[in-house]
Design a protein around this ligand. Structure first.
Ligand code: XIL
Length: 373
């Protein structure tokens, strides 16, 4: 009897794993819809935990560097470039036969201060900044020419209310810094795709500003292939309606759409943006799930993932890529942002690198959607 029960359980377990194996990966299930990707950190590129590197290779069709291609790491001083990590990252993607995205060329964060000042610490002239941008973009884009499918050329140039962020680039060059960046990137590699990337693209005023930017860039003869919507989400914000409206508006603007940094935080948040310099003090109330996520909250998160994913599928004629910002809950940047030292659960693999149950439901959803096409 005992043996029978055990073998029954074993049989169920086997069936379940056969079911999961038969379903394959999300990247396979969404092959006809969009690329499915993940942001990768250096320990993963270096194989510090080989199972993570293997999962990245197996489960995703495209990768982006979480940090190593940003301006500061690559170009910390005017005449110093650090290629070691970015080179390894690109080679890692090639080894795995994955599409590689470059992130990012011009951004107000994670950029060396040297870019904006002269030897006396005073702001440089517009001509000097423009030339430094040109040098940076030509050198970085030129180095990976033919190996990177597209670049986030400018990241986060707008405030949520649709005004230009008063970054150093904007203060010194005005809004034309964006146009220059796109021109330089295109000159450096005429075949590479060029993207504008931002967070809270679902916010109407910001979305409208981005649409206007797309029009202006096109009118100026610049190449712009897609707008990246970072999609750092919470359990209830942005609403599905706002998300869909933003997809519609971008589609109407004649650009493709990339979901570039998708995650859905389960934690309470004092802030619904992704400006990396924002921070709040830690409190236990803001870190409620140290021992795990209660079933009711997990259900809400699962439903939220599926609702949003369904929208991405619905707009698959214009959504070219969906990238999750990080492989697992242990490594997510949201454990440190906007409050340090919390425990969040926003991505598709858990702290033991197990694929979360919702992934199978996403695969089923994609299969069903594609069978009706
Ligand atoms: C984040 C990384 O995940 C962190 O490791 C780093 O400390 C800060 O930047 N918008 C972006 C990403 O475009 O580059 C940011 O990534 C998250 C917000």
């Amino acid at each position: 009897m005992k043996i029978k029960i055990i073998s029954g359980i074993t049989a169920m377990f086997l069936l379940a794993s056969v079911d999961a194996a038969a379903q394959g990966t999300l990247a396979e299930a969404t092959k006809g819809n969009f690329l499915f990707g993940v942001a990768v950190n250096m320990p993963q590129v270096n194989g510090v935990n080989p199972s993570e590197s293997e999962l990245i290779a197996k489960e995703f069709s495209t990768i982006v560097a979480e940090n190593c291609m940003k301006p500061q790491p690559v170009h910390p001083q005017e005449n110093t470039y650090n290629w070691e990590d970015a080179d390894k990252f690109v080679a890692f993607g090639e080894k795995n036969k994955q599409v590689v995205t470059g992130h990012c060329l011009i951004w107000h964060s994670q950029v060396g201060r040297w870019m904006f000042v002269d030897e006396n610490g005073k702001d440089v002239s517009p001509e000097v900044l423009k030339e430094r941008m040109r040098q940076h973009i030509y050198t970085v884009v030129g180095r990976y020419k033919g190996r990177v499918k597209g670049w986030d050329v400018v990241n986060e140039a707008f405030e949520d209310n649709g005004t230009y962020r008063k970054s150093k680039f904007y203060q010194i060059l005005g809004k034309d810094f964006i146009k220059y960046a796109f021109q330089f990137a295109h000159e450096a590699d005429p075949n590479v795709e060029l993207y504008y990337n931002d967070y809270n693209v679902e916010t109407a005023s910001k979305c409208d500003a981005i649409v206007q930017l797309v029009k202006e860039l096109k009118a100026a003869g610049c190449r712009i292939d897609a707008v990246g919507s970072q999609s750092h989400m919470h359990l209830t914000r942005p609403t599905l309606k706002a998300t869909e409206t933003s997809l519609k508006k971008l589609k109407a603007a004649g650009v493709h759409i990339l979901i570039t940094e998708w995650d859905i935080s389960v934690l309470p948040s004092p802030y619904h943006g992704a400006n990396v310099s924002t921070s709040f003090t830690y409190s236990k109330e803001m870190d409620p799930y140290r021992e795990g996520v209660p079933a009711s909250v997990q259900q809400k998160w699962n439903k939220r993932v599926l609702d949003v994913f369904e929208l991405f599928l619905k707009y698959d004629d214009v959504v070219d890529r969906v990238t999750v910002w990080g492989l697992n809950d242990a490594g997510t940047w949201l454990n440190g942002f906007p409050i340090r030292g919390r425990k969040d659960y926003p991505v598709l693999f858990d702290r033991k690198n197990e694929r979360k149950a919702v992934v199978n439901d996403m695969i089923k959803m994609a299969n069903k959607y594609n069978s009706k096409k």
